[in-house]
Design a protein around this ligand. Structure first.
Ligand SMILES: Nc1ncnc2c1ncn2[C@@H]1O[C@H](COP(=O)(O)OP(=O)(O)OP(=O)(O)O)[C@@H](O)[C@H]1O
Ligand SMILES: [Mg+2]
Length: 407
């Protein structure tokens, strides 16, 4: 049996499945004690399309992590991704019930409940309801209205919904791997815990996680989440472009990308060359310049960032990104990617390496582990929250406040 001082996160990505086991120490800090990965072969663009292959990757990651940690796990926080995820902002309004018009925990629960009274198609389900701010008698921008006096209480929330069948397939995989789900967490929410700072979330920041099959986007401002989206383009597209452009097999293109890949053309040394394995037998490897590789990668990077820039403007968040953009996910390892993003967004851009955990953190400090590290930080927050409040929805707001953790 898994003891309750272990927190486990599973990032079931398109490229790899990662399991991380965190232990809560006597000082009530969280430390990584186990890490396991498995090649994901059962997902397409963030969604399970092959149960057996996904279960295999989950089990492989689990076994590796358990072996390293020397503990058995049976429950975990699970990341969710895919273009089926939709999000929108909603609002709830209630009349404050108490005789002295003092806002109670009950009122807060009621107004949040009211905010989800919107029609959701039958093939979708709500994953998260995230309070952004409360409004008490027209006074907006209130983060915690408990105990305040007022007649009318309103709340603005961000609601995240997902396709029921995609969620069900994910649940089936975990159930078949005999892992109990603590909670399904939107990847962007998990990732934000490991890569964003308190100040960025307050001032306004765009977070872009470019994985293998997807790019996940989130916009935070005033300490809360305002916009999320998932686009079905990722690192695999770069690899395909290289395979076509250099006429080399996909596995070789992947290796070349990881070893020599760079984006901003002026960055690459013009003299630098690389050996490209040919497609088909009997042909000799060719020597090409690294510049050529940069010229293939660059347009794809620009395409992704332009798409996001257009989307941000269309949705009216152009002025929200006051502290700039954070790029994470495995593809953020491409040399020069931040510079290209900086040019397109005309904002400061930094790479999001996961931080905030002790123990074996140095093994997972690259952006391809941002979501898995974020999941255990999310779980850790839930654990702390339980100590603060037994009341679930009231606790949710406490958790939101915890998002504003010290940078
Ligand atoms: N050093 C590197 N340089 C360039 N790209 C890299 C590097 N290392 C990994 N990648 C790319 O990062 C991608 C995998 O990233 P990540 O592990 O974040 O994906 P994932 O979470 O499995 O997928 P997704 O989030 O799309 O479901 C792959 O396309 C891989 O080629
Ligand atoms: Mg990912």
């Amino acid at each position: 049996m898994q003891k309750n001082n272990y927190i486990v996160g599973f990032d079931i990505g398109t490229k790899k499945t990662t399991a991380i086991i965190g232990e809560i120490t006597d000082e009530k800090k969280i430390e990584i004690i186990g890490i396991g990965t498995g090649d994901s072969k059962g997902l397409r663009k963030g969604v399970v399309v092959n149960l057996e292959a996904t279960i295999e990757a989950i089990k492989k990651a689990q076994e590796e992590a358990e072996l390293m940690a020397g503990v058995a796990i049976d429950s975990a926080f699970i990341g969710l991704s895919g273009a089926h995820i939709k999000s929108f902002n909603s609002r709830g309004v209630i009349a404050v019930s108490g005789r002295n018009k003092e806002i109670s925990g009950e009122d807060i629960n009621r107004v949040i409940d009211q905010s989800k009274a919107v029609s959701i198609p039958p093939d979708r389900e709500i994953i998260h309801i995230i309070p952004q701010e409360f409004v008490v008698d027209e006074q907006d921008g209130i983060k915690d209205p408990l105990g305040m006096s007022g007649i009318k209480l309103e709340v603005n929330v961000h609601i995240i919904t997902a396709g029921t069948t995609s969620v069900q397939n994910l649940k089936t995989c975990l159930s078949r791997a005999e892992i109990e789900i603590e909670q399904i967490v939107l990847n962007q929410i998990a990732t934000s815990f490991s890569v964003l700072t308190h100040d960025e979330m307050e001032l306004g920041v765009g977070m872009i996680d470019i994985g293998g099959g997807t790019t996940e986007i989130a916009i935070f401002e005033r300490g809360s989440l305002w916009y999320t989206s998932v686009i079905p383009i990722g690192g695999d597209n770069f690899t395909n472009d290289i395979a076509v452009g250099l006429r080399t097999p996909i596995p070789d293109a992947e290796k070349i990308k990881k070893k020599f890949g760079c984006v901003s053309s002026p960055l690459s040394d013009e003299e630098e060359t690389l050996e490209v394995p040919p497609v088909g037998r009997g042909k000799k490897p060719r020597i090409l310049s690294r510049q050529l590789l940069a010229d293939i990668i660059q347009p794809r990077a620009e395409e992704i960032f332009r798409l996001i820039d257009n989307e941000t403007k269309r949705m009216g968040y152009e002025k929200s990104l006051n502290s700039g953009v954070v790029v994470t996910g495995g593809t953020a390892l491409l040399e020069g990617l931040e510079e290209v993003a900086e040019e397109i967004f005309d904002l400061p851009v930094r790479r999001g390496d996961p931080i905030g955990v002790g123990g074996l953190m140095d093994r997972v400090s690259t952006p391809d582990f941002a979501t898995s590290v974020g999941l255990i930080l999310y779980g850790y927050n839930q654990w702390k929250e339980k100590g603060i409040s037994k009341d679930r929805k009231r606790g949710f707001w406490v958790k939101m406040k915890d998002w504003l953790r010290e940078a």
